[in-house]
Design a protein around this ligand. Sequence first.
Ligand SMILES: C[S@@+](CC[C@H](N)C(=O)[O-])C[C@H]1O[C@@H](n2cnc3c(N)ncnc32)[C@H](O)[C@@H]1O
Length: 218
Amino acid sequence: MDEGLEAAKERSWKEIAAIDAAHERGELDDAGWHEAVASVIEPAYLAADTAESGSGSSRDARGWEYARSLLADAVAPGQTFLDIGCANGLLMESMARWGDIEPYGLEISSELAAVARIRLPQWAHRIWVGNALEWDPPHRFDIVHTNVDYVPVPRRPALVKHLLSYAGRLVIGVFNEERETRSLENEVAAWGFAISGRSERPHPHPQLAYRAFWIDSS
Ligand SMILES: C[S@@+](CC[C@H](N)C(=O)[O-])C[C@H]1O[C@@H](n2cnc3c(N)ncnc32)[C@H](O)[C@@H]1O
């Protein structure tokens, strides 16, 4: 494994890989997996000294915009946009600016949701606490945005299916991966979902790309 490449993809990759391996060996059940992931993510996000790191990004404001704003390619002005795993709400706020969407958020950590509500008082009533795998929304959304690694590996197809039950379009990303293969897109297609579109930008690491893709509900 190329450790430099893995570190460029994901800051906490070693801890998360160990948690996934423990789940695969049966040493952690699903609740234990979520608890272990939260023990890595929550303290780091709550201690963050920039809005970007409070949403899990190691980039500065320019880097955040460069990478995350490719999500604007998936939306149209005025659409409702639910950010699954909204953390401190920075993507909700950013997408309202980049895509002129109506933002909503869901967050598994009540403490992070509280931070988002304080940062975005005008949308506090649109920020809910729950696990995306089982959360029932109050209404449909034009766009639901997620990453698949918010649930244990065997639950990922079920997450996509559940989110598509109330999304006009499900957008997955932004994630980093090696440029030469569309690994995640191919994996999700192999679960039986038809990919409707995609967007990408070069990553500072020459072997990687920032990517997002989407599935339109039929
Ligand atoms: C990397 S941040 C994403 C911030 C922003 N949505 C973005 O894409 O830039 C991931 C957030 O997802 C939350 N999260 C992880 N698993 C979740 C789940 N199953 N349901 C809801 N939120 C989850 C985490 O607590 C964390 O705040």
